[in-house]
Structures are given as C-alpha cells and as structure tokens.
Design a protein around this ligand. Structure first.
Ligand SMILES: Nc1ncnc2c1ncn2[C@@H]1O[C@H](COP(=O)(O)OP(=O)(O)OP(=O)(O)O)[C@@H](O)[C@H]1O
Ligand SMILES: [Mg+2]
Length: 235
C-alpha cells in the first residue's frame, strides 16, 4: 500500500534520514521505533511531503513523492502529527462531527453508528461529550484526535508517537485501540519510542538509529529482548 524507497532528508547540511526504505502492506501494522532524534518524525513529514527529500514514495501504486500534502490526505491517508490539535472551543461531540462530515455525503445515522463504535474504545470521551475540548487533559485531547481520525474511516493511518505524554491508563487504552485497528485490518504506520508495547501490536518493525534503519523484521522476532538490544546497541 505504501512503498518508501531510499528516503534521504537533510536539514541544511545535517543529514537527518539516510537512505531509508520500507513498505506497509494493506491490513498491516508497521512500526518504526527509535529514540529521541532518531529521525522518526522527519520520515513521516517527508512521506507526507511536508519537508523536502530525496527518494520516492508510492501509495496504492500512485507516485506521491511530489504530491501536495492535502492531496495525499485526499487519497485516504490520515496523518496524526506529534503535535496534535483539536478545536479547543468546540465540544468533544462537535470535534467528532467536524472530523466525520469533512468527508462529503454522510448522513446523521452513519454518524451515530460510528459514534457508538468510538465510545466502545474511548469511554473517557463519552463521559465528556458536551465538554469543550480545551478543558480535556493533554492526554484526553490526544485520544480525541485519534478518535477524530478513526471516525473518518481512513484507509491508512500514520501515527507519530501516539503514546507520548499519556498516563499509564491511557497508554493501555491506546494500545488496545491499536490492537482493535489491527483486528479490523486497518493499515497503520506508527512511529514510537515505546518499543515493547509497540512490537506487541505490530506485524513488522523497523529499528531506526541516527537516521538509518539498523534492523527490521517480523515483530515476533523481536519479542526476544536480545534482538532489540542488538538493534539498539549492537554494531
Ligand atoms: N526543522 C529542523 N531543522 C534542523 N534540524 C532538525 C529539524 N527537525 C529535526 N531536526 C533534527 O533532525 C533529527 C531527527 O529529528 P526527528 O524530529 O525526526 O526525530 P524523532 O525521531 O522524531 O525524535 P523524537 O522521538 O524526539 O520525536 C534530530 O537530530 C533533530 O534535531
Ligand atoms: Mg518525533
């Protein structure tokens, strides 16, 4: 579904991402894990054509390397950046409505049905439906932005460190939601620092270090800690 080839990004003269290639097949959850400054956000911004890059990016066999960001979004890619924003002055419910009706030709019955699905996974939001989103905690706002993405039924979701800054309880909820995405055959690209939790919900994992992929494989192969340590600290 997504095919990234030989991605290289410089900030001025500094090399941030070096010759990175990866694929995300339909129905698969692919994770790129790496520590602070490894280049995770840079990869996502390059894929979405927010920053200049070398290399090529294909989505559903369409060359999107030079496509404008909003056009990439219109092809069915939902990108949740690390700095997530909700409409703070709108209620939780209206935030979800805005996200849902962004896609034309949708009826109120559809919305109510989708809302029920969302409640199942975001019980916190259900309790606070009438509250202005600005009054939610940072973590709750983060969950709301994920709910906004899901309610649109995207073909492909890109998540930049969704667990960052969440309480242990919300981290648990979040990974349950990602498991649910997997169960429902959604296609997801996730970048994370939370290695252990991320590999448990992923099919394929890539290890990124100093802008380079240093190891990758089936997520199961990394259930053994030693291989993770090797990817991180090994030569
Ligand atoms: N706009 C920029 N200008 C210059 N350097 C940048 C810029 N954005 C990022 N960098 C540098 O590029 C490298 C990769 O940054 P990036 O944000 O992609 O890392 P990351 O893996 O997302 O880290 P984190 O987990 O902290 O979000 C870092 O060394 C960072 O300092
Ligand atoms: Mg980042």
């Amino acid at each position: 579904m997504l095919n990234v080839k030989n991605l290289t990004v410089y900030y001025g003269r500094a090399l941030a991402v070096s010759d990175v290639s990866f694929k995300v097949n339909k129905g698969e959850i692919v994770a790129i894990v790496g520590s602070n400054g490894a280049g995770k956000t840079t990869i996502l911004n390059a894929v979405m054509n927010i920053i200049p890059k070398k290399g090529s990016v294909f989505f559903k066999n369409i060359d999107i390397t030079h496509l404008k960001t909003h056009r990439i979004a219109n092809l069915g890619v939902s990108y949740l950046p690390d700095k997530r924003t909700v409409f703070k002055e709108l209620s939780v419910l209206d935030n979800l409505k805005v996200a849902f009706y962004k896609i034309p030709k949708r009826g109120i019955e559809d919305f109510n049905k989708k809302l029920e699905d969302i409640f199942e996974h975001f019980p916190n939001l259900q309790e606070k439906l009438k509250l202005k989103a600005g009054y939610l905690s940072g973590g709750e706002q983060q969950m709301l932005s994920i709910a906004q993405s899901l309610i649109r039924n995207p073909e492909f979701i890109i998540l930049d460190e969704p667990s960052a800054g969440l309480s242990p309880k919300l981290v648990k909820d979040l990974f349950n939601i990602i498991s649910f995405m997997k169960h429902n055959k959604l296609t997801v690209l996730i970048v994370e620092q939370n290695v252990n939790k991320t590999i448990k919900v992923s099919d394929t994992v890539y290890f990124l270090k100093n802008g380079k992929i240093v190891d990758y494989g089936s997520a199961r192969d990394f259930y053994d800690d030693r291989r993770i340590k090797q990817a991180y600290f090994g030569g």
